[in-house]
Design a binder for this molecule. Structure first.
Ligand code: ACO
Length: 323
């Protein structure tokens, strides 16, 4: 038994914050941001609009594309780093919003790799016969934990959601998933507060509910880790890199994406690129790009896709998929 992607969906909040808007907030320029990151704008959730609100829109679109009703679902796995509340988890909150009952629904926290982790978990439920129709969501309201005075991080992140419906099938589908993490890098990219550690102000008197990042080091390790996970994925399946039809990468930075594409000898024409449109949306980024590729008609049934992501932890991972 395998799982296959039966439908994709995504959602971006209405409000757009352009690089020119950021120029008015701190010392930066559209040119600098585009050149270093490829980002032109990011979407920002409206006041009161939560991660589950975003995930719900993406889920509805994925379910419509798959021809699936809420009562058909038997699993929800929801990847996010910015949950609505500590508990219930976002998967369960989404289940309630969809009108579902009693099947398992969970949240997965793996920073920007959250969707790949969620996809891998759902795939294993389906392979083991524990689910036949799973909803996998990656959604974030990262704007809530961005320090909007820090030009080193504020230029990068945005809000959004993406989702896929997985159905059980006898032919893959999801061929393999590969997950990695290494907490030795916990101090390079993190948000330092939580219910257990507390929310006390830092030395400067600010509540530090912000993303902290050593951008340069993150950049180098991301390039290296994504290069090796791509190699590992191809080797595990006895494939040459020329077999990949589409690279669907985590949309963090165009230069990281270019480095992975180069490693695969894939021209950028065969890479799904949406980073200019929404910046780094963490767990939402890969399913947003996947949905864009499917809806634009670039990705077609039967194509071989390589999805990859890298994020805080560090966590990283990949999925090889016959679409
Ligand atoms: N506008 C203008 N100048 C800036 C800005 C800005 N927004 N940010 C930094 N600078 C300046 C710095 O102050 C520095 O100036 P100096 O030389 O006078 O000291 C100069 O630009 C170079 O700074 P660096 O930090 O070395 O710039 P770099 O080329 O590394 O680019 C960036 C910074 C874009 C953050 C890059 O390191 C990066 O993209 N890193 C990866 C980050 C990432 O993708 N993280 C997410 C992956 S994991 C996840 O998704 C959670």
């Amino acid at each position: 038994m395998y799982s296959r992607i039966a439908g994709t969906g995504s959602y971006l909040p209405e409000k757009v914050l352009t690089n020119h808007d950021l120029e008015k907030m701190f010392d930066t320029s559209d040119e600098w941001i585009r050149e270093r990151t490829g980002i032109g704008q990011r979407h920002i959730a409206a006041e009161g609009q939560t991660t589950v609100d975003l995930g719900l829109e993406a889920a509805r679109r994925a379910m419509a594309a798959a021809g699936v009703a809420p009562e058909d679902l038997d699993l929800i796995v929801f990847g996010t780093t910015t949950p609505d509340q500590v508990f219930p988890n976002c998967g369960t909150l989404l289940q309630e919003r969809l009108g579902g009952h009693s099947f398992p629904a969970m949240g997965v926290e793996a920073a920007c790799s959250g969707f790949i982790y969620a996809l891998s978990i759902a795939d294993k439920f389906v392979r083991l016969g524990d689910a036949k129709c799973a909803l996998v969501v990656g959604a974030e309201t990262l704007s809530r934990i961005v320090d909007w005075t820090d030009r080193g991080t504020a230029i990068l992140f945005g809000d959004g959601a993406g989702a896929v419906v997985l159905k059980a099938t006898e032919e893959p589908g999801i061929i393999s998933t590969h997950l990695r993490s290494d907490g030795a890098y916990k101090d390079l990219l993190y948000c330092p507060v939580g219910p257990s550690k507390g929310f006390a102000p830092d030395a400067s008197g600010r509540t530090p509910m912000f993303i902290h990042m050593a951008g340069n080091e993150v950049f180098k390790i991301a390039v290296k880790s994504l290069g090796s996970i791509v190699d590992e994925t191809l080797a595990a399946n006895g494939l040459d890199k020329s077999a990949i039809d589409w690279l669907v990468p985590h949309q963090a930075n165009i230069r990281i994406i270019q480095a992975t594409a180069k490693k695969l000898d894939i021209p950028l024409e065969r890479v799904i690129l949406t980073v200019h449109e929404h910046g780094n949306t963490s767990a939402a980024s890969v399913p947003l790009a996947l949905d864009a590729g499917v809806r634009s008609g670039q990705i077609k049934r039967g194509d071989l896709l390589l999805l990859e992501a890298f994020g805080g932890g560090f966590t990283w991972g990949s999925a090889l998929i016959r679409y």
